[in-house]
Design a protein around this ligand. Structure first.
Ligand SMILES: *[C@@H]1O[C@H](CO)[C@@H](O)[C@H](O)[C@H]1NC(C)=O
Ligand SMILES: *[C@@H]1O[C@H](CO)[C@@H](O)[C@H](O)[C@H]1NC(C)=O
Ligand SMILES: *[C@@H]1O[C@H](CO)[C@@H](O)[C@H](O)[C@H]1NC(C)=O
Ligand SMILES: *[C@@H]1O[C@H](CO)[C@@H](O)[C@H](O)[C@H]1NC(C)=O
Length: 485
């Protein structure tokens, strides 16, 4: 009976869709300011994070690690940000800065990002937007510094060993080199690049030294921007992350506990959105490169309430599809602690992880629960308590046939080196069926994703590794309300 009723509804849905589709050529609604990266007048920014997503100490002569390259274009490039703006560092004032924050490296960076956002902002409906964000993170943690809180609570220093660190100063911010966007022979091009090795210089890549580079390029009036990324680890910096992010234009994006600026002029909510992007991986970055075809981030409390900046109860939630075929499933019948408690199928059946005949173990690399959750099902692994300003929960996926229904990779090697593709991912649908922890009996959190990004996390490489990839056509598409889903 229920099934028949459902069929009738689906039929009606299809009819409504077909009729309205005929009546008006429906435009897709995009959640990003620059759908498909097609706008010549680019808005792109840079941010660098230390292990706990803060600044700590600025790199000498580099200013606060926030910068932007934003311009309007009609025959010529009209920049909206100056070199002076990008070089701003603690102690220097700028419009809108709260005078009390002028000497605080962490708060200063937050306000600098907002200031750059004000220069880059594009008026739009239903709300203005600012920029794509290039995010770079150094995974070194000097545990003797006591710099990173533990699940959001201040924690004392502890003995080194668990995290990479070559000694004092290992959490430094990088050198930032910037080639302002220019027009040359019908093509617009600019870049950010640099190194964590402070004895390095601009423009060059050196053996044995870390390196990052993002070059953006577009033919005027034609197609999409192409973002060409490169990331290289070194002995001193074996754990590096480089992502291209579409973040919320205000409020907390995934992984922050402060106001940010970004590209998501509408916040996508599960299950009603898709993500489109073209990804061409030229070099994978070695066996430890957890390349994220897509990483989605959000924040809600264990009782389902929205985050409010209280780091003791806010919890960052991430889910990532890792496409490096070298990444193994840690989740297994013998490694239940690395699996979420259950899997939900596209037809909404729950399969518990102890159901060894049916649970799709190889679809999950790793699951870890929030360190501040009080009612966890055993066995369980809790997430690293130091690498975010608050507790976090992570659901990491691997290519598997069960994700095929959502347009995700179904087998090892899909989308990897030599298999460049344009993906159309039903991220909203998939993310609505992932397990995320909540206290028993609490109303389910709204799954609103404040950060959507692509890139790699080279997770403590044993040798110097290089990853190289390009991203284009990035879009977040809201499903039409009357679309048959
Ligand atoms: C809308 O999006 C769908 C799915 O991405 C695509 O197939 C279709 O061509 C798009 N329609 C328009 C008018 O752009
Ligand atoms: C910031 O530092 C400068 C120089 O040390 C000092 O003069 C100023 O009072 C400080 N401002 C605040 C708000 O702490
Ligand atoms: C300029 O662009 C045209 C068309 O893309 C190309 O054929 C030509 O070689 C370019 N010239 C230079 C100097 O790069
Ligand atoms: C499997 O796990 C579920 C949920 O935790 C539990 O209710 C059930 O008793 C377990 N089944 C077996 C056979 O252990």
């Amino acid at each position: 009976m229920e099934k028949q009723l459902h069929a009738v509804f689906v039929l009606v849905g299809v009819l409504v869709f077909a009729v309205s589709g005929n009546a008006t050529a429906k435009k897709n609604v995009s959640a990003v300011g620059d759908p498909g990266m097609r706008r010549d007048g680019l808005r792109v920014a840079f941010e660098a994070w230390n292990f706990c997503n803060e600044v700590g100490q600025e790199a000498p002569h580099m200013g606060s690690p926030r910068a932007a390259d934003c311009f309007d274009f009609s025959n010529t490039v009209k920049h909206k940000v100056t070199e002076h703006d990008n070089r701003l560092g603690v102690g220097e004032s700028f419009p809108g800065l709260n005078p009390g924050d002028i000497n605080n490296t962490d708060l200063y960076a937050v306000e600098k990002e907002r200031y750059l956002g004000s220069l880059c902002e594009v008026k739009d409906t239903p709300s203005p937007w600012q920029f794509w964000m290039i995010m770079l993170k150094n995974g070194n943690y000097d545990t003797r510094s006591g710099l990173c809180p533990e699940n959001g609570k201040k924690a004392p220093p502890f003995k080194p060993g668990r995290f990479p660190c070559f000694g004092p100063g290992c959490m430094n911010q990088p050198i930032l080199c910037h080639q302002w966007t220019q027009l040359k022979n019908g093509t617009l091009q600019g870049s950010f690049s640099g190194s964590y090795d402070l004895d390095s210089n601009c423009g060059d890549e050196h053996d044995g030294l870390s390196y990052y580079e993002v070059i953006w390029e577009k033919k005027v009036n034609v197609g999409s921007w192409v973002f060409k990324h490169k990331l290289k680890t070194s002995k001193k910096y074996p754990w590096l992350m480089l992502y291209l992010r579409a973040d919320a234009t205000k409020g907390f994006s995934g992984g922050y506990h402060y106001d940010t600026r970004g590209m998501l002029k509408i916040l996508p909510e599960s299950p009603n959105f898709k993500v489109k992007l073209s990804l061409d991986i030229k070099q994978g970055g070695g066996p430890k490169s957890q390349f994220y075809l897509l990483d989605i981030g959000s924040c809600w409390k264990n009782n389902g309430a929205a985050c409010d900046g209280d780091v003791v109860t806010d919890v960052t939630r991430y889910s990532e599809m890792i496409i490096n075929p070298d990444t193994q499933a840690w989740c297994s019948p013998k490694g239940l602690r690395n699996c979420p408690p259950y899997h939900i199928t596209p037809d909404d059946r729950k399969i518990y992880r102890n159901d060894t005949a049916n649970f799709p173990y190889s679809a999950y690399h790793y699951y870890c629960a929030p360190g501040n959750a009080q009612y966890l099902q055993q066995p369980v692994d809790t997430c690293d308590p130091y690498s975010n300003p608050q507790a976090q929960e992570i659901v990491q996926l691997l290519p598997h046939p069960i994700w095929g229904e959502y347009g995700y990779p179904t087998k090892k090697g899909d989308g990897w080196v030599g298999d460049s593709r344009t993906w159309e991912l039903d991220v909203g649908g998939l993310a609505s069926r992932l397990y995320f922890y909540q206290d028993p009996g609490t109303p389910p959190a709204k799954r609103i994703w404040t950060s959507i990004d692509t890139g790699t996390e080279i997770f403590v490489s044993d040798q110097d590794e290089v990853a190289e990839w390009t991203i284009s056509d990035f879009d977040v598409i809201l499903k039409q309300p009357n679309q048959a889903i």
